[in-house]
Write a protein that binds this ligand. Structure first.
Ligand code: GTR
Length: 433
């Protein structure tokens, strides 16, 4: 029964476009927004191993990092199954764009198992240059055709979450949805600054609804008789992160791209995804979390804004089933999200919040950076900058980004804007050039 109830929860959620309390997971306590009501908690120290040993050298960190990565995989995002998934690369289109200053390319990445195929389409913009260029990659919410109104971009044919307007009809994109996410993808700016940009619709990898993992990439890895991932195996966020790594595989074969300097970025649920991609795949040279909130950069143990119980109920497919045991039970967590940020060390990482995005707990997002800082310093970098991390968040619209960990809190609401991109490009310039 639990399986079909899970499915029902998702169906109800999508149909009603609202949050719904799922009987499987119990009643979700109302969200707290009051700092005074945060339960007392102690954060685990990223530099103390499960057996109590203190990490005092970069060599010891390697083993501790592996232990933490395994903990996040087993308890939260889910491990990738041991499964060979060869990807066929097909270049679909190539064209000049921005008055010939860049190339716009579509590339299909296809996985096959028996009669089944899954095609993920990468949209890639590459500035013309006589040497390989660094790149930003990230998934998009509504299909590649939403990042620009350019009619040459293929209209995504796959399942879409219903939008607030009529641009998605019967869970399919229409022509009217072209360019609707253009403000989130200032590709002109990135090209001008000398960066390539690659993006892919996250639903190409796994459609974002709970069907007990019957669609998307998961079934391609089922063993004989297996019908869903085990409790410690990949949920949707881990699947989306897997897709980001497949983009990077392709970029490594593309001579126009400097694949040693690829930043992975994402907004909101796709910010949770970029963080997990950056943790799981150390080839990503820089990692960006934009308003990722619960399940991303925000500390779980603060239980403010969106909680573990809330997110596991609204989106039962995002994390692995093991994560459900922390519903209204954050005290039982032996890890927290500052340790996810620490998994990027010593690579540059940037976390961004927005003032009105209280659901994502901006303060908790910043504190994750503060408590990841000792790992960065152990590895010989300046962490959040200066001699020691400043516990108080920076002023609004005043990025604190001189160190290996960058952070800003922007005026406005939950979104990714040109302003955010400007900060990411400045940060990438500092670390890549
Ligand atoms: C919300 C969810 C957040 C965030 C957001 C988004 O409904 O509660 O965790 O991921 O969606 O992705 O837009």
């Amino acid at each position: 029964m639990t399986c079909s109830v899970r499915g029902l929860c998702a169906a109800a959620l999508i149909a009603m476009g609202t949050l719904w309390d799922c009987p499987t997971f119990g009643q979700v306590p109302p969200a707290n927004y009051d700092e005074a009501l945060i339960p007392k908690f102690t954060l685990p120290d990223p530099l103390v191993c499960a057996d109590g040993t203190r990490v005092t050298s970069a060599e010891q960190w390697t083993a501790r990092r592996a232990e933490l990565l395994d903990l996040f995989a087993t308890e939260m995002y889910g491990k990738l199954p041991a499964c060979d998934l060869p990807v066929k690369v097909t270049r679909v289109s190539d064209g000049d764009i921005f008055d010939g200053k860049a190339t716009r390319r579509e590339v299909d990445l296809t996985v096959t198992k028996g009669d089944h195929q899954l095609t993920m389409t990468l949209l890639l913009y590459i500035p013309k240059s006589d040497k390989p260029v660094p790149a930003f990659v990230g998934l998009n919410f509504g299909g590649n055709h939403t990042v620009s109104d350019d009619p040459a971009i293929t209209l995504n044919p796959n399942w879409m979450r219903p939008g607030k307007d009529e641009r998605v009809v019967d869970n399919r994109a229409t022509e009217a949805s072209r360019g609707t996410a253009a403000s989130r993808w200032p590709i002109d700016l990135a090209i001008e600054r000398g960066y390539a940009v690659g993006t892919m619709y996250y639903g190409d990898i796994d459609p974002d609804f709970d069907d007990d993992f019957q669609n998307g990439i998961h079934p391609f890895c089922y063993g004989d008789g297996q019908t869903k991932p085990a409790a410690d195996q990949w949920g949707s966020i881990a699947a989306w992160a897997w897709g980001l790594s497949r983009i990077l595989d392709y970029l490594e074969t593309e001579p126009q791209i400097d694949a040693k300097h690829v930043a992975v970025l994402g907004h909101s649920r796709l910010g949770k995804t970029s963080l997990w991609a950056g943790a799981a795949d150390e080839r990503f040279a820089l990692v960006i979390s934009n308003n990722s909130g619960c399940g991303g950069a925000a500390l779980n143990k603060r239980v403010i804004g969106e909680s573990v119980h809330r997110i596991n109920t609204s989106f039962p497919h995002w994390f692995c089933d093991n994560f459900v045991k922390y519903n209204s039970n954050e005290a039982a967590l032996t890890f927290d999200q500052h340790e996810l940020i620490a998994l990027m060390a010593p690579r540059p990482v940037y976390v961004a919040s927005a003032v009105e995005d209280t659901w994502a707990d901006p303060k908790g997002e910043y504190l994750s950076c503060v408590y990841a800082d000792p790992v960065y310093r152990l590895l010989g970098t300046d962490g959040l900058g200066g001699d020691a991390p400043i516990v108080e968040p920076p002023a609004i619209d005043q990025p604190r980004a001189s160190g290996r960990i960058g952070y800003h809190i922007r005026t406005g609401k939950h979104d990714i804007t040109r302003y955010d991109w400007e900060q990411y490009l400045n940060f990438a310039d500092r670390h890549f050039r």
